[in-house]
Design a protein around this ligand. Structure first.
Ligand code: WTA
Length: 650
C-alpha cells in the first residue's frame, strides 16, 4: 500500500476513535440529545414524525398493524411515491433546482431540474399507459445508468405499476427467469450502455430473453448507443424518443394505498432461484426519506453522489427514492471508475462539487490499490461526508477513505442494511456518533437490532452471534413475490417473531456493532449478492459437468471471490480450456459478476455420510487453512487430494 507519509499505520490503532467534529451541524441534532431513547420508547411516534414530512393525499388511521411476520404501516394512508419525489419540489421554490446531474461514460452530460423531471416522468407515465400498462401491472426495467432509468422507475410509481429493475450486468437467462416470475407485460430497455469503453449488449440480451411464451408484450427502448437499430422487432418494440417525447407532460399521479406494492427487486438467497423482494409504498418512502435525511444529512446546497446502480437496492433507496424525496441535487454516472483513466470518480467530484459521496468498500479497496496519485490530481475540498455500503469495510480501507478522499475532515458513515430491509438499519449519525473504523456503530433510532446466540438469547458486550431485528420497521420487506412459505421460512422461522438477517456480527464492549459477513450460502462479491446454488446450477447446466460446489473465499479487493470445485463426467478430460469454458458458461448463464475466480477439478466432492457437501472444508482448502473437523466426512481422502491439488496450483 502506498501512502503520502506512511501515516495509515499510525492512524490505524485498534482503539482509534473519531469523535464528532463540533463544526458538523447534523440534521438529526434536533436539540434533542436523547433521540435514541425517545425513538426506543415510542417507535411509532418516531416514524410517524417523518411520515408527516411527506405529502399524503389522505392521512393514516393507525401507524402500525403487526402480526408477525406481517406488518402494515400507515394504515389507510394514501400517497404517491413519484409525487413525493418530484411534484412537491417542482411546485415549490425548488422547481429550478438541479435534481439529476447525469454524466455518461463517453463524457456526454445532461441536467434535469425538478421541473424537467416532473415533465419527463409524466410523459413516460403517459407512454406506459398508452402501451396498456395499468395500476398493478408489473414492468421490468433493464437499462444502463442513464436518466431514463430513474425516470422510468418514477413513471411506474406514478401510475401504480410496480417495477422490477434488473441490473444491466445480468444475462438473457436471468432476465427471462425474472420476467417469468414477475409476469411483466412491458420491459423498458436500451440498445446498449457504455462500460469501460465498450458497449454492453442490452437489447441483444432482451431479444434472447423474450421467447414465444414470454408475458412481455412490448419493449420500450432508449436509443443510447445507436448500434443496434436492426434488433428492433416490429410490432413489439418501440423507441423511447418516438413514443415518450410526444406525450403530454401532465399525468395525474395515482392515489396509492400505503400498503400497495411500490416495487419488487430480485436478490439471491440460499437456493438457485432468485427471490422477488416486495416493498410497499408508505413505509418504504418513510424509511428511505428518514435515513437519507439523517444519515446523509442532506442540506439544500449539497451535491450528493451515490455510485451504485439502480439495478441494486442501494440505487432504489439512495438514488431514486431517498434523495429525491428529500429534494436533493444528485450526480448520476453511467460508467466505470477507470475510464478513460483511474481518476474518473475524482474528476466527477471536482467537476460538480460533490459534497456527499456514497460508495462500496470494494471500490475503496480498488482505489487504494491504484494509489493516491489519482485523487490527488483533483480538488475535492467540496466533500463533507462519506458513506459506504454493501459489505464489511476493513479498518485500513476506512482510514484510507477518510484520509485520502475525505481529507481527514469528513465523517465516514458505514451503513449496514439489505435489499430486504429497504433502508439503512445500522449506521452512525454524522456529527453525533463517535466513529470506529470497521464498525457500522449503532442501530438507527427506532430500529431494534440485536445479536443473539443459537438459542435466541442476546449476547453480552464482547460477544458474537447472529444479527436479528426484534421489532418491525416501516421499510421492511412485505414478502417474497408469490412465495409466502419461503418468506416465513427464510426470515421468520429461526427466531419466531424476529427478523433473521443471515449476517453474523459481534458487539464490542461499548455496544458497537461489527458486521462479520453472511452465515448462509450467499457470497458477497464486490458488494453483489450471489448464491452458491445459482453458480452451482449454472455449472451443472454444462453437459461436461457432473457435480459442482461453490464457496466464497476471502479476496483483498472484492471482499469475496467465487471458487468452484467441479466433478466432470467420466469421458471428459480436464484442461485449461475447460476451465475457461466453464467460467464463461457461468458468466453467460447468470452474468459476468458471477464468473468464478478459480475452478478446481475434483474426482469427488467432500460429503457427509448423508450426502451433504461440506462447504466448510472446501473453504478451508481454498483459503489454505488447516482442515477443520473431518470426522463426519464419508471419505476423508477426498479433501486431502483436493488440498494437495490446490497447493500445487498456488
Ligand atoms: C452485506 C445491500 C457489512 C451484508 C444494501 C448484507 C454489509 C448484504 C454492509 C445485503 C455493511 C451490506 N457492512 N456488511 N455496511 N452493507 N452488507 O441485499 O452481508 O445487496 O446481508 O443490500 O450485504 O446485500 P444487499
Amino acid at each position: 500500500m502506498t501512502t503520502n507519509d506512511g501515516g495509515i499505520d499510525a492512524l490505524l490503532q485498534e482503539d482509534r476513535t473519531f469523535p464528532p467534529s463540533k463544526d458538523f451541524v447534523s440534521n438529526a441534532n434536533i436539540s434533542d440529545p436523547d433521540i435514541y431513547d425517545k425513538a426506543k420508547a415510542d417507535p411509532e411516534s418516531f416514524w410517524a414524525g417523518f411520515a408527516k414530512e411527506l405529502d399524503w393525499f389522505q392521512g393514516w388511521d393507525q401507524v402500525l398493524d403487526w402480526k408477525a411476520p406481517d406488518a402494515k404501516w400507515f394504515i389507510n394512508g394514501k400517497l404517491n411515491a413519484s409525487y413525493n419525489c418530484v411534484d412537491r419540489h417542482a411546485k415549490s421554490e425548488k422547481r429550478n433546482k438541479a435534481a439529476l446531474i447525469w454524466e455518461g461514460e463517453p463524457g456526454d452530460w445532461k441536467v434535469y431540474t425538478y421541473w424537467d423531471l416532473l415533465r419527463e416522468v409524466s410523459k413516460c407515465a403517459n407512454a406506459l399507459k398508452s402501451l396498456g400498462v395499468q395500476k398493478g401491472d408489473r414492468v421490468t426495467i433493464y437499462l444502463p445508468m442513464v436518466p431514463e432509468l430513474v425516470i422510468s422507475m418514477l413513471a411506474c410509481a406514478r401510475i401504480g405499476a410496480p417495477h422490477s429493475v434488473i441490473f444491466g450486468g445480468f444475462s438473457a437467462e436471468s432476465i427471462r427467469d425474472r420476467v417469468e416470475d414477475s409476469q411483466s407485460k412491458l420491459i423498458i430497455t436500451a440498445d446498449g450502455g457504455y462500460r469501460r469503453g465498450s458497449i454492453v449488449e442490452l437489447k441483444q440480451n432482451v431479444n434472447d430473453a423474450i421467447n414465444a411464451d414470454s408475458p412481455i408484450e412490448n419493449a420500450l427502448v432508449v436509443r443510447r448507443t445507436g448500434h443496434a437499430d436492426d434488433l428492433m422487432v416490429s410490432g413489439r418494440d418501440v423507441w423511447w424518443h418516438d413514443l415518450v417525447d410526444s406525450q403530454s407532460s401532465v399525468c395525474e399521479p395515482e392515489s396509492m394505498d400505503s400498503e400497495d406494492m411500490l416495487f419488487m427487486l430480485y436478490t439471491s438467497g440460499t437456493t438457485g432461484k432468485p427471490k422477488g423482494i416486495v416493498h410497499t409504498t408508505g413505509g418504504y418512502m418513510v424509511g428511505t426519506y428518514a435515513t437519507t435525511k439523517w444519515i446523509f444529512d442532506l442540506k439544500d446546497d449539497d451535491v450528493y453522489w451515490c455510485t451504485a446502480d439502480c439495478g441494486w437496492i442501494t440505487g432504489h433507496s439512495y438514488i431514486t427514492y431517498g434523495p429525491l424525496s428529500n429534494g436533493a441535487t444528485q450526480v448520476l454516472y453511467e460508467g466505470s471508475p477507470d475510464y478513460p483513466d483511474k481518476d474518473r470518480f475524482w474528476d466527477i467530484v471536482a467537476k460538480y462539487g460533490v459534497s456527499i459521496l456514497y460508495t462500496a468498500p470494494t471500490a475503496i479497496r480498488t482505489f487504494m490499490r491504484w494509489g493516491e496519485e489519482y485523487p490527488n490530481r483533483h480538488d475535492m475540498s467540496t466533500l463533507r461526508l462519506l458513506g459506504t455500503v454493501g459489505e464489511p469495510i476493513n479498518p485500513e480501507a476506512w482510514v484510507w477513505y477518510w484520509k485520502n478522499i475525505g481529507g481527514e475532515r469528513c465523517p465516514v458513515v458505514d451503513t449496514w442494511w439489505q435489499t430486504e430491509t429497504g433502508s439503512v438499519m445500522i449506521s452512525p449519525l454524522p456529527g453525533i456518533t463517535t466513529l470506529k473504523p470497521g464498525s457500522a456503530t449503532q442501530a438507527f433510532p427506532g430500529i431494534d437490532a440485536d445479536i443473539v446466540d443459537d438459542k435466541g438469547n442476546s449476547v453480552p458486550p464482547g460477544g458474537g452471534g447472529y444479527l436479528v431485528v426484534k421489532q418491525p420497521w416501516p421499510s421492511m420487506l412485505r414478502g417474497i413475490y408469490g412465495d409466502k412459505d419461503r418468506f416465513v421460512e427464510q426470515y421468520w422461522s429461526k427466531y419466531p417473531g424476529e427478523y433473521f438477517t443471515s449476517d453474523g456480527a459481534k458487539l464490542d464492549e461499548e455496544g458497537y456493532f461489527w458486521l462479520l459477513g453472511r452465515v448462509d450460502d450467499v457470497i458477497n462479491v464486490s458488494a453483489h449478492r450471489i448464491s452458491t446454488m445459482e453458480v452451482e446450477s449454472a455449472l451443472v447446466d454444462n453437459p461436461k459437468v457432473a457435480e459442482a460446489a461453490c464457496i466464497g473465499k476471502s479476496h483483498e479487493v472484492k471482499g469475496q471471490a467465487i471458487v468452484a470445485f467441479v466433478t466432470i463426467k467420466d469421458q471428459i478430460s480436464t484442461s485449461d480450456d475447460l476451465v475457461t469454458e466453464l467460467k464463461q458458461h457461468v458468466a453467460t448463464k447468470i452474468g459476468p459478476m458471477a464468473r468464478p475466480d478459480d475452478i478446481y477439478f475434483a474426482a469427488e466432492l467432500p460429503k457427509t455420510r448423508s450426502g451433504k457437501i461440506m462447504r466448510r472444508l472446501l473453504r478451508d482448502v481454498a483459503e489454505g487453512r488447516t482442515l477443520g473437523d473431518t470426522t463426519t466426512l464419508a471419505d476423508p481422502a477426498v479433501v486431502e487430494s483436493l488440498k494437495s491439488q490446490y497447493e500445487d496450483d498456488e
